[in-house]
Design a protein around this ligand. Structure first.
Ligand SMILES: [Zn+2]
Length: 149
């Protein structure tokens, strides 16, 4: 894995597992649950985006996701994953925009996704607003490493 798995594991063990939001059945926006290395890169991308579009702001609509909520999304046909998606490990975020003070999906996703990719993050072809820290082909390795906890 290209990214440091120890910081991901430490964040999961010391922050996520101990959080009151661990079993949250509602979407979580709290950025304190994100792996700090991942969040630092996100913030830099958001700032770069805003220097091109000063009237816009990138906002995060979801950070951490409990397995209960992941299962609800699966059942509702909103996600293909039943459990242990990357949101659950604090290494994925769903992003949208604030334009003139209003929540919006009409920002420049192409440019934002380019900034993510150029910073070594992974975007998905099938989910415009989703960004994650590790590559899709690394997900199973991560799940098995964290599963040893
Ligand atoms: Zn997502």
């Amino acid at each position: 894995m290209e990214k440091d798995i120890n910081t991901i594991r430490d964040n999961y063990q010391n922050v996520i597992l101990k959080s009151d939001l661990f079993e949250s059945e509602k979407p979580v926006k709290d950025v304190s649950l994100l792996c700090p290395d991942f969040y630092e890169i996100l913030k830099k991308c958001f700032a770069d985006y805003q220097s091109k579009y000063p009237e816009q702001e990138v906002c995060i609509s979801e950070t951490y996701r409990s397995n209960q909520l992941q299962y609800d999304y699966y059942e509702a046909g909103k996600s293909k994953i039943k459990k242990n998606g990357m949101h659950h490990y604090g290494i994925a975020a769903d992003v949208a925009f604030m334009i003139n003070g209003k929540f919006s999906y009409n920002g420049d996703y192409n440019y934002l996704r380019k900034l993510f990719k150029d910073s070594g993050l992974t975007v998905l072809n099938w989910e415009l607003g989703h960004v994650q820290y590790i590559k899709v082909e690394e997900q199973n390795e991560l799940r098995s490493e964290i599963g040893k906890l």
